[in-house]
Write a protein that binds this ligand. Sequence first.
Ligand SMILES: O=C(O)CCC(=O)C(=O)O
Ligand SMILES: [Fe+2]
Length: 357
Amino acid sequence: MSDSSSIDVFDFVVKEGNGIKALVVDNGFHTLPHQYIQPLEERFHTTTTLKTASHQSVPVIDVSDWDDPGVAESICEAAIKWGFFQIVNHGVPLDVLDQVMDSATRFFESPIEERKMYLRANSPSETVCFATSFNPLVEKVMEWKDYLTMLFVDDDQASAFWPPVCREEAREYMKRVEVVIKRLLQVLLKRINVKEEIGKETEYMLMGAMRINFNYYPPCPNPELVAAIGRHSDVSTITVLLQDNTGGLYVRGEGDSWIHVPPIDGALVINIGDVLQIMSNNLYKSVEHRAVADRNKSRISIPIFVNPGPDALIGPLPQVLENGEKPMYKPIVYSDYFKLFFSKPHDGKNAMEFVKI
Ligand SMILES: O=C(O)CCC(=O)C(=O)O
Ligand SMILES: [Fe+2]
């Protein structure tokens, strides 16, 4: 397919479900389609931003000793100040990280017919979906990304429905990361007065629905004009992200600065989602972030969204309000919050406005 051919990009990428990688990488389309050009105010000027942000970076925390009070302190401080941090020595074996990253690469490198077997219309299960951009039917400008999303229901469903090229690796990775997630949540909850072990009910409220995504951002001829992923905060409790060595994740710092989260071999990026900001009544921050495409290389990132179960009622926790603090948010059933987020284009922290008191 040549750039001068008269194909309709929207039809090819979205309606036929081929995605942006099929256009740019598989078919060698070299010019930037207009559907991806962001309005001026959303464009990202890495050089100026990096200059203003060069003195800042999100903390990197060594968690080899979870029982060290200094580790807990660093985690909570980072969650309060930055909403983002990286952890190293977390106990998830490096080969498990490599294998899940390789399996994601295999998925996106598999023939387009195989990827398309997971389009919403074709997928053997509604919990598995291959798609492009974020919400192309409501977006004015599309995001430079394809993704595979897999909601974990149980091992039988994962073995039956997740793509064979990545199902075992994704499952193993999730299992290993779950141990880390529980540790992190325990530490973060203790600081807000939830001191008991996390029981079944609390577990449903914090992590009742775990979803793993494989994000693929193709190389882009004009990265400064597009959003690989637009400004947003996550609607999770927390998110655990594994990124390859390309780089491109930016987090909002003070004022208008954007801070790069550099790839570190073996590290996991942790961020606080809206749910934990709401539950902690604004102590922990769910911070805006975005991803920028690379001019020469593709990039893969693998977030695990640790979400509440769909029926969980989300609001500031009673333990947080014990001291007479006023609630800043009204309670909402999690599935309603989730739907609200996915019904619109990415738009910063807009979803939280809906539940603010
Ligand atoms: O690719 C990244 O680094 C960020 C991905 C992200 O923010 C998301 O999927 O919610
Ligand atoms: Fe995100």
